[in-house]
Design a protein around this ligand. Sequence first.
Ligand code: NAP
Length: 281
Amino acid sequence: MNRIGILGYPLSHSISPEFQQAALDHHQIKATFHRWEIKPDKLNAFFETIEIVNFLGASVTIPYKEKCLGLVDKITDSAHLIGAVNCIVNQNNQLVGHNTDGSGFIRALKTKHGFDPCGKNVLLIGAGGAAKAIAYSLVQEQINTLTIANRTVSRGDELAQRLKLNGPKINSIKLERQTLINPLSNVDLIVNTTSIGMKNGPDPEHSPVPPDLIPQNALINDIVYNPIETPLIKAAKIRKAPTIGGLDMLVYQGIEAFELWTKKDAPENIMYDAAKKALGL
Ligand code: NAP
């Protein structure tokens, strides 16, 4: 039996096994999707003992996305530039590290929501791991401007500096009411990549953008998926702004990974249904 799995620690929150197994079963692929909850001191041994013959690949989640850069045989240019691997593919018995977080985010925007980021003004809230992947992919899509608003300005500055090599006008600001007013006056897309609004996170009750400042005509994308309706999404709906929740990025990064592992078109609806069921929706 072929094996795929998700690698992380802890893994109790992950719904990837449910929606990936549903996709494998749909295509009648003889493979089992595992939950590889590997403690940090066992990670190197995990890689040393992989039986490569039946191993199709893995998803990688917290806290191993950066560590895996040094544990695979090769990495793609995008994973290198983002600085993280979230998907490992067995390519001719070599482990290749990809990053599908950013490409999955863009694919959900374009194919599911008909939003083309090319030429748009984007406000990115946060500068952590997910922000890096999304920012890199938005720059590849030739957006017009990118404003990065983060609590710790130095992290936003660092990300802006890395991306400036590639193109659009990029600006880093502090995440606070006063500094958000100007970028919010001319923005097409707002993406929350912070943990603000996440259940059991550092600040589950608040929206990272003050509700009264949310513009009606911008698309509001919150990548937090638990809860499905975050304080930001709720506030945007009250303002009658269009919204996208975090389940889309989650499923689409998995769709991109599934297609890399199996070379087959992912059954999107089946994966969505299984993801929703796993979240109890
Ligand atoms: P990370 O690398 O730890 O980054 C966390 C970000 O949140 C940083 O920008 C941090 O700011 C900010 N932050 C945390 N607490 C804050 C607070 N109380 N006030 C203001 N800012 C705060 O985490 P990550 O891996 O990027 O994940 C971030 C969120 O995205 C999580 O909720 C995660 O579940 C979600 N996510 C969703 C998907 C998906 O597929 N939908 C994929 C990946 C991640 P500082 O720099 O100032 O610390």
